[in-house]
Design a protein around this ligand. Structure first.
Ligand SMILES: [Zn+2]
Length: 216
């Protein structure tokens, strides 16, 4: 990501690099702080809440309400000490996620994606990484889950401009995890029956360190 690429084309919310991917590694502290200070933290929905288990609606209105939702999501993400958050995790049925996540080079990425679609990458780019994964909607549980260590997502920014995001390592995992949320899937849905059961047991035994929405 060259500096020159960064200065070019500031048509949307993000600058883009030479390959057309958004630059989400600059002014991360300032941007994240601004979002969450405008936002209101909301409690997190947990596994079993129907909003987490169905596909969210596409965003069609790129208005002030959407901007406020993104701010609220950053505030909620910070309260829960998450690295990524999908809109249905605060009970909103819309395809939006935000992130504040490090990649495997120690670079911090801060951004949002509207109507994300995971790009199907060729097999040679899909090196599986078996790291631990957790989810704010499955509080206090962790499990190993193999995922590709590189991911690309297409979508839109909050103004409706088309964007492309890419990530490596833990950030690649985050992009996949958050996109999955918006299609109604939790990471525990990708585990073996036994590992899923174990994750749910960990959740039963633990106490979340942030406000959650009780299931009925
Ligand atoms: Zn999650």
């Amino acid at each position: 990501m060259s500096q020159q690429g960064t200065d070019q084309e500031q048509t949307g919310v993000y600058a883009v690099d030479d390959e057309g991917f958004i630059v989400d590694t600059e002014d991360t502290e300032e941007r994240e702080t601004a979002h969450r200070e405008r936002g209101t933290s909301r409690p997190i929905t947990v596994v079993g809440n129907p909003v987490l288990h169905r596909e969210c609606k596409d965003v069609t209105e790129f208005d002030d309400e959407l901007a406020q939702l993104i701010d609220d999501m950053f505030a909620s993400q910070r309260t829960a000490e998450g690295v990524g958050l999908a809109a249905n995790q605060i009970g909103v049925d819309l395809k939006v996620f935000v992130y504040d996540c490090m990649d495997d080079e120690g670079k911090r990425h801060v951004g949002h994606v509207i109507n994300p679609v995971l790009v199907d990458l060729p097999a040679e780019l899909r090196v599986l990484d078996e790291s631990n994964e957790g989810c704010l909607s499955v509080p206090t549980a962790y499990a190993e889950l193999a995922r590709p260590d590189y991911a690309e997502v297409t979508g839109q920014d909050m103004k409706g401009n088309p964007i492309k995001v890419r990530g490596t390592g833990y950030f690649a995992r985050c992009l996949q995890h958050e996109t999955d949320h918006l299609y109604g899937f939790l990471y525990i849905d990708k585990l073996s029956k036994r590992d899923r059961k174990d994750a749910l047991r960990q959740m039963e035994e633990g106490t979340p360190r942030y406000p959650v929405v009780p299931n009925e």
